[in-house]
Design a protein around this ligand. Sequence first.
Ligand SMILES: [Zn+2]
Length: 333
Amino acid sequence: MSNIDWQPRDEVHPLFSRPKSKRPGLLVILGGLVTTALVLGINVGVNVLTGGDFDPIGLYVCFLIPIAAILMGVAAGFGYSFVSWRRGIPVSIGLVIVVFVLQAGAYFLALYADYHLVGPIDKRTGEATPFLSYYNRVTHGITQQGLLCHGTSCHTPRKSDQVDYGRRALEILAFAAGSLIPLLIVGGHEYCDRCRVYLKREKCVLWIRAGSPILNTKRMNHDQLARYGKLQGDAKRAADEASAAIQFAIKEVDPVAFEEAVYYFRDPNVVQNNIGAWIEIGMLYCPRCQQGILKFYACTWGEEGETVRELRLEQIITPELTRVLLQDPPVTE
Ligand SMILES: [Zn+2]
């Protein structure tokens, strides 16, 4: 979780530069509880409709991987991440722990709802079986639920207290951990402390050619190779100069110089696939205050034809410069 503190600490005391939080984690929790109730509600509903014969959350791959619990956890956890993202509420470790505990609790609550709605009645006394004996019974039933088992590669496991309760623990863990996945993905994004929003990402705002077109060098004679090498060197030098001019304009905070420096590299049509090396500049920016960060990547082609990106430099840019890059790029001939 990389939070960016834009405010230089010696200028404004951080306590005064940030808005006071009004227990914002509560909103995230509320959002998550809504999706959790929805997902577990559907599970309980299916359980009730089948008279307690089919518990979707208890489906395993080969009796071992609690796949349904993981997937339903991810779906249930969506609400937490959605509110965090939309309201710009950062994900703290405390919040993650609270969500984990809540999800485990919600799982037990759903189990209790199952018991309440489909729990068996004792034939002799006419009273409901106590929750604990119901819980024991369904937990020992867990071993029977397998999914996607093929051939003889997996066998119904032995019934024993350790196996069954171990599996139940795994199921709870899988559900609660699955719920954290969407939240952790959102929380991993860069964040503007001042505006309390997540930063937006532009994968490539500038593309600078740093090599000449790729040619087959196998049949070149000595002179041709030398000329080819010189072309590559020239292209690389031009790219370094362009990159240095951009960095200089950023340091000087000069929007006019910046606009000039980036002018020829903003047109997405200049991206050329037959070039051997290039510099790609991506941008992260705050949608409110428009402070941004430029990330300079040196790129080449890998052995398998994949792009190899190497982060060389990160530079914070002022809102004026961010706005230059957010405008539509000029059309170059
Ligand atoms: Zn901001």
